[in-house]
Design a binder for this molecule. Structure first.
Ligand code: CA
Length: 486
């Protein structure tokens, strides 16, 4: 999301660095009590002028984030208080807990209506595969699912299960991605959310089974940072989200799909997404499911003021804004199908879910298709094309930046691409006028070019006297291809 409202970044630029230290720390520490956070954990960034200063003895460094120059510290609250007057500390913020942006729903619904709605079927006449890496930052992915397995990204520099970091990227046995929640190379989905999102992006197409994603073939990277808490709810930490973004960016993912959010603004998370932006990567983010205007009630990470974020609202089968979806004329970019979305779930199964979580992978999938079709484009051009090619909807006017819903065909087609022909499966529909003719031959009939589908190359005329004429394609001398004479 890119917007012009006042943000933490603009505050940072407009206030002197020295006086900023305490200004930043105080509000962040105060809001900690209002939101869920990991007890005793804080993300700390030192001022670049004091980089050599070590952490206080009362703090343990749990993790480091080279991309944003910050660290995860374990410390007591009184130590945090003492940091509030330390001019060497740029910010301290709690390690917030993050939730998913989906809601379970009735499975008995029109399956895969979303792909029809975004004109994916005509878009597929132009392109079906993504050649770039798309990372799903979520609950993991069932990479053994028959409709996903062949579309998983595989780390070619790593040897499976040898306990060695073969490619030296800091992670052991990271074949399909990584599990940051448990700190191992096994990003299998212990929930269903991530597998569902992955299927919308790229369930295998044309394999005669299950469903199909926006991409028929792709390279999906599984980055797990949610795990189930003691109540069985998926729960993720800001620190692990940052590590996942770092991993995706450094391992070459040009797109991340992020169906999660909530909690307060985090400078550290914003910095991590900005790091991805500097590396030229897109960050597709769910707008959230609270039915609120996020221009007034901010939602993160979708609402950070960064040009590589695309913030996605959800729409339903009737092109209405989904009842649960957040919206915002400056903070939400576009809509995409998010109500009753059918996709893959673990153990070779399928299921229906609703949420801006489900809308987000439709956009991530199209971004992959579009970027693969135009490999020289920058992230900004991919984003601009997606937003400028939406289907304008009254339901999204004034509620999103673009005022429309994702349209895959319009995004992929441009002036140099001919209109797609229907798939070569014999689906041709001719609407003929007049529908009834009486009199002496020859007759003149017309094909209605507005409502007929497909290109007729031969047709057969059956007369009431049961005489049959086989007729080749014929054009009138005026070039009217819809006119046929007999
Ligand atoms: Ca490795």
């Amino acid at each position: 999301m890119l917007k012009n409202q006042h943000t933490y970044h603009s505050l940072f630029k407009s206030v002197g660095v020295v006086s900023l230290c305490s200004l930043l720390i105080t509000p962040r520490y105060l809001i900690a009590a209002e939101f869920e956070a990991v007890e005793g954990q804080y993300i700390v960034k030192r001022s670049p002028y004091c980089a050599s200063i070590s952490s206080p003895s009362a703090a343990n460094v749990l993790d480091v984030f080279p991309s944003i120059g910050a660290e995860l510290w374990q410390m007591e609250a009184y130590t945090v208080n003492s940091l509030s007057t330390d001019s060497c500390i740029e910010y301290v913020e709690p390690n917030y807990i993050i939730r998913l942006d989906n809601t379970p729903n009735d499975p008995d619904f029109n399956q895969l209506w979303g792909l029809d709605k975004i004109s994916a079927t005509t878009a597929w006449d132009i392109r079906t595969e993504s050649s770039i890496i798309i990372a799903v930052i979520d609950t993991g992915i069932d990479y053994t699912h028959p409709d996903l397995a062949a579309n998983m990204w595989v780390n070619q520099g790593e040897i499976p299960n040898n306990g060695i970091d073969d490619d030296g990227n800091g992670y052991i046995d990271d074949i399909y991605g990584y599990d940051f929640a448990n700190g191992d190379g096994e990003p299998l989905d212990d929930h269903f959310h991530g597998t569902h999102c992955a299927g919308t992006i790229a369930a295998i197409g044309n394999n005669g089974t299950g469903v199909v994603g926006v991409n028929w073939s792709a390279k999906i990277m599984a980055l797990k940072f949610f795990k189930l808490d003691s109540f069985g709810r998926p729960s993720g930490k800001i620190s692990d989200a940052i590590s996942a973004i770092e991993y995706a960016t450094s391992m070459g993912a040009k797109i991340t799909s992020n169906s999660w959010g909530g909690g307060p603004e985090s400078q550290a998370l914003s910095d991590a997404i900005q790091f991805a932006q500097q590396k030229g990567a897109l960050f597709i983010a769910a707008a959230g499911n609270k039915s609120v205007n996020t221009d007034r009630y901010s939602h993160y990470p979708s609402g950070y003021d960064l040009s590589n974020i695309i913030s996605v609202a959800a729409t339903d089968q009737y092109d209405a804004l989904s009842e649960f979806s957040n919206y915002g004329a400056t903070s939400v970019d576009l809509g995409a199908p998010g109500t009753d979305i059918y996709s893959t779930v673990p153990n070779g199964s399928y299921g229906t879910l609703s949420g801006t979580s489900m809308a987000t992978p439709h956009v991530a999938g199209l971004a992959g298709l579009l970027w693969s079709h135009n490999p020289s484009w920058t992230y900004r051009k991919v984003r601009d094309k997606i937003l400028s090619s939406v289907e304008p909807l009254s339901s999204l006017a004034g509620k999103t930046v673009s005022g429309g819903r994702l349209n895959a065909y319009k995004a992929l087609a441009d002036g140099t691409t001919p209109p797609p022909q229907p798939p070569g499966d014999g689906k041709v529909e001719a609407h003929i006028e007049p529908t009834t003719i009486t009199g002496s031959a020859p007759f003149t009939v017309y094909l209605d070019g507005r409502t007929s589908v497909g290109q007729i190359i031969q047709y057969k005329w059956e007369a009431s006297i049961e005489e049959m004429y086989d007729c080749p394609l014929w054009y009138s001398s005026h070039g009217d291809r819809n006119k046929r004479n007999h």
